[in-house]
Design a protein around this ligand. Structure first.
Ligand code: PMP
Length: 348
C-alpha cells in the first residue's frame, strides 16, 4: 500500500508538475525542478532516520536484488569472505547472489527449524576477518524479525531492510550499510535505497563498472545515468507524509498497535495459527494458517469479496500473510480481524 494522501497528491500534479509545464515524468533529471525533488527527498530521509554526513544515501535502480551482489562488489576486498545470518528465504537469496562475487559463509541458519526464529547469538560462527556480516532484520516471507542489531559482530553490519525500513526508529550508526527495495515502505517499485558509510568504500578488489560503484554513484548524486525519477519523486512524497505523521517514532506506535491486534486475534483461536516464536514475530508481515487448510481458498475468496486484498501467503510457504506496512491504517487490520472472527464462526 501507498498512503492515500500521497496517491491523491501524485494524481493532482501528474499532468503538470508545479510550474514546470510538464509532468514530473517528462522533465529532465538534470533540470532545477527535479534537482529540488531529489534533494528534498534525500534531506527528508536523512532527517527521518537521523543519517549523518558520513553516510552516502543513494537512489538506485535494480531493486533489493541488485544490491545482493552490488554490496558484495563494493564492500569485499580481494580474498575476503562475507558472513551471512540466515533467518529466512531473502537472506538465503542474498547470500547466493553475493557468492557469485566473493566467498560467503553462513554464520547460522534457522532453516532446519522451518525459519521460526533467530538462532541464539552464542551459536553464531562469526569470522572476525569477514568483509561484513549480512542480516535481514525483517524476513518478509516467513515473518521473522531480528531483535536489534547483533552486538557480537566485530565487522560492519549490512542489513536488508526492504520490508522494515521507516517502520520504527533506527540507529544508523550501528550499520555499515542499509539497503531497501522501495516497494514496501518507501514508494513504487523500480528503486532501491542504499545508505552506506563512506569510509567503507574503496576497498574493492578491482575497478567496477561505473553504475555499480557506490563511490561513483555517490559523487554523481545517484545520477551517473538517468535515475528512476518517478519512483524517487513518489518516495519523496512518502517521506513528506511520514514527517507530517510524526516520523518513525509515531510509525512504530501505530505499527505496534496494528500487529498486536492481529496477533491477538490469531492467538485467541485454535482456528488460526502463526508459526513464528513470539520474540521474533514481525511487525510488518504476519503469516497465518488455518487449522483446516482445505478452507484456504474459501477464506481468500471471501476476504477478497470483503475488500481485503493480497492475503495469499507467499508461494514458498502457503497459507495467508497480512503485510501491514506503514500505509496500512489500523482500520484495515480491524476489518481483517473482524472478518477472521466472522469466517471462523461461520464454519462452526
Ligand atoms: N529482500 C527482502 C527482505 C524482500 O522482501 C524483497 C522483496 N519482497 C527483496 C529483498 C527483493 O526485492 P526486489 O524485488 O526489489 O529485488
Amino acid at each position: 500500500m501507498l498512503p492515500e494522501p500521497v496517491l491523491a497528491k501524485v494524481q493532482s500534479e501528474l499532468l503538470e508538475f508545479g510550474d514546470a509545464r510538464a509532468s514530473v515524468m517528462e522533465i529532465s533529471h538534470r533540470g532545477a525542478a527535479f534537482g529540488e525533488i531529489a534533494a528534498q527527498a534525500e534531506a527528508d530521509l536523512r532527517a527521518l532516520l537521523d543519517i549523518g554526513d558520513e553516510y552516502a544515501v543513494l537512489f538506485l535502480q535494480g531493486g533489493a536484488t541488485a544490491q545482493f551482489s552490488q554490496l558484495a562488489m563494493n564492500l569485499s576486498a580481494a580474498n575476503q569472505s562475507a558472513d551471512y545470518l540466515i533467518t529466512g528465504s531473502w537472506g538465503k537469496k542474498a547470500m547466493a547472489e553475493a557468492s557469485n562475487w566473493c566467498q560467503t559463509r553462513c554464520v547460522a541458519s534457522a532453516e532446519a527449524d522451518g525459519f521460526r526464529g533467530v538462532p541464539d547469538p552464542s551459536q553464531w560462527d562469526l569470522d572476525p576477518d569477514a568483509a561484513y556480516l549480512h542480516i535481514t532484520p525483517n524476513e518478509t516471507i516467513v515473518g521473522v524479525a531480528l531483535d536489534g542489531v547483533p552486538r557480537t559482530a566485530e565487522v560492519p553490519v549490512v542489513a536488508d531492510m526492504s520490508s522494515c525500513i521507516l517502520s520504527e526508529p533506527l540507529d544508523v550508526s550501528r550499520f555499515g550499510l542499509i539497503y531497501a527495495g522501495a516497494q514496501k515502505n518507501i514508494g513504487p517499485a523500480g528503486m532501491a535505497i542504499v545508505i552506506v558509510q563512506r569510509a567503507l568504500l574503496g576497498h574493492k578488489p578491482r575497478p567496477l563498472p561505473g553504475y555499480f560503484d557506490y563511490r561513483v554513484q555517490d559523487a554523481a548524486g545517484s545520477m551517473f545515468n538517468t535515475p528512476p525519477t518517478f519512483a524517487w519523486y513518489v518516495a519523496g512524497e512518502v517521506f513528506k507524509w511520514l514527517v507530517e505523521c510524526g516520523g518513525v517514532q509515531e510509525m512504530k506506535s501505530r505499527n505496534r498497535a496494528k500487529a498486536a491486534l492481529l496477533y491477538a486475534c490469531i492467538d485467541a483461536s485454535a482456528f488460526y495459527a502463526n508459526p513464528v516464536d513470539k520474540p521474533f514475530r514481525s511487525m510488518m508481515n504476519i503469516p497465518f494458517t488455518l487449522a483446516d487448510s482445505t478452507l484456504d481458498q474459501a477464506f481468500l475468496s471471501q476476504a477478497t469479496e470483503a475488500g481485503l486484498l493480497g492475503l495469499k501467503g507467499h508461494r514458498l510457504v502457503g497459507g495467508m500473510r497480512a503485510s501491514i506496512y506503514n500505509a496500512m491504517p489500523l482500520q484495515g487490520v480491524q476489518a481483517l480481524t473482524d472478518f477472521m472472527r466472522d469466517f471462523e464462526q461461520r464454519q462452526a
